[in-house]
Design a protein around this ligand. Sequence first.
Ligand code: ADP
Ligand code: GLC
Length: 493
Amino acid sequence: MNNNLTSMPEPRRSVAFVGSECYPFVKTGGLGDVMYALPRALTAQNCDVKVILPRYKCIPWKYQEKMVYRGSFTMDLCADGRRYYVGIMEYVWDGVVYDFIDNEEFFSWGNPYTNLVDDIPKYCFFAKAALAALNYMDWIPDIIHCHDWQAALVPVYLRTVFEGTRVAFAKAILTIHNLRFQGIYDIPTVKYWSGLPDYLFDYHVLKQGVDDANMFKGGLTYADMITTVSKTYADEIQTPFYGEHLDDHLRYHSGKLCGIVNGIDVEQWDSETDKLLAANYSVEDVLVGKPQNKMALQEKLGLEQDPDKFVIGLISRLTDQKGLDLVNAILPNLIDGNTQVVILGTGDARYENSFRYYENTYKGSVCSCIMYDEGLAHQIYAGADALLVPSLFEPCGLTQLIAMRYGTVPIVRETGGLKDTVQPYNMFTNEGNGFTFDRYEAGLLWEAVIRAKTLYFTGREYWDEMVIRDMEKDVSWDNSAAQYRALYMMLRP
Ligand code: ADP
Ligand code: GLC
């Protein structure tokens, strides 16, 4: 065997990420985390990565002021040939190049999303401008890696109106982070704004139902490869329950579909160095550090200060995806004098209001922070004993990964990435990372919480061992970034 082969440097690959959000510039959920962490992990694995994003007005000034003008041009977009300004503002940070597509008309409001009436034109423009910008900069990557429906027209444009231009050399990957949102609108509107030719508004590409166009569907058709963010979700979305009306389309394209589970950036999420915590701790002193963070959290939120209370955290967008109906159903039963519940999230009014109601009713035991607060999120991950993620569906889920990294035991429903990342506790072998339940039923969530509480209050040494196992679990991007890299190599050998 030739030993030199193993020591040969891996060939370099260039990748353009295209997506609608990226921490720390703009983030509404896990997509923002992935767009930040995966490019960094790929850079460490011999990839050149450019991240293409909209230059939203809501991006904090401290980043805007560091952006450098890279050039501009005008681009035709709509069916009537209307032309738009495309500016490119560049920001280079830690080996990753961020190119922000600038256009006041599309990106001046929203946080970053508003409603489909505005968002459909916005992301037609963004997808086309991203490809035009690559041609303009003459930076032709091996791979264009697109994320969710907002970037789904990229593969469609690439293989149609951009065919014959330099950027068409690139292969396209489309990653599904959440199939719930697809960019669906009536055909005339999408046809007008995208300027795409009539033949694409066919059932195999963009057409859906009687007279709608579905941007995600078109992207799935034209992508060279489709990935999603866990193996279980890759299977689930091929069934009617999880498929959001695209299950047949995905089954048809299943030959180019695979699941690669997300990781988290272990430098960003590190309890040993996290400046937002009351006390830093590592796996060696977690049993001391966690109660300190718990007490600080209780004090900050006006909860009864007692390190022996069992503190359950929930950090989430407040939508029906996240299993909040189950939480609502069992919350009053959780409050028994030994348990506290801390909720951090924003979203649907019905959940915001019910959680406010519970805070009022159970003052001192329940705290509902109806807001988006990065700092408080870190403090809850560190200060809580357990984190609830009882989702109806969960493509991957990052909060359970962050929780484990901070020694907080996840209580999750066995779906999507939750199933793939949380091994259920086995009381006979003393193995596992958290507590799980399968069917979407409040009674089963309740039982899972009771199992967790029982271990916490009556078998603390086993609980503590689980905390340590969780902190030692590899939740980094290393492994998954290597799988993406292998995919890039397969598409562009
Ligand atoms: P999703 O992308 O479906 O919202 P994920 O679990 O993948 O779910 O990612 C959620 C991310 O958003 C995590 O980083 C979590 O900490 C963060 N997050 C969610 N809600 C809030 C909030 N209200 N304040 C701060 N961070 C939040
Ligand atoms: C989506 C999913 C979530 C996933 C995230 C990042 O928002 O809801 O499960 O972790 O994208 O891939």
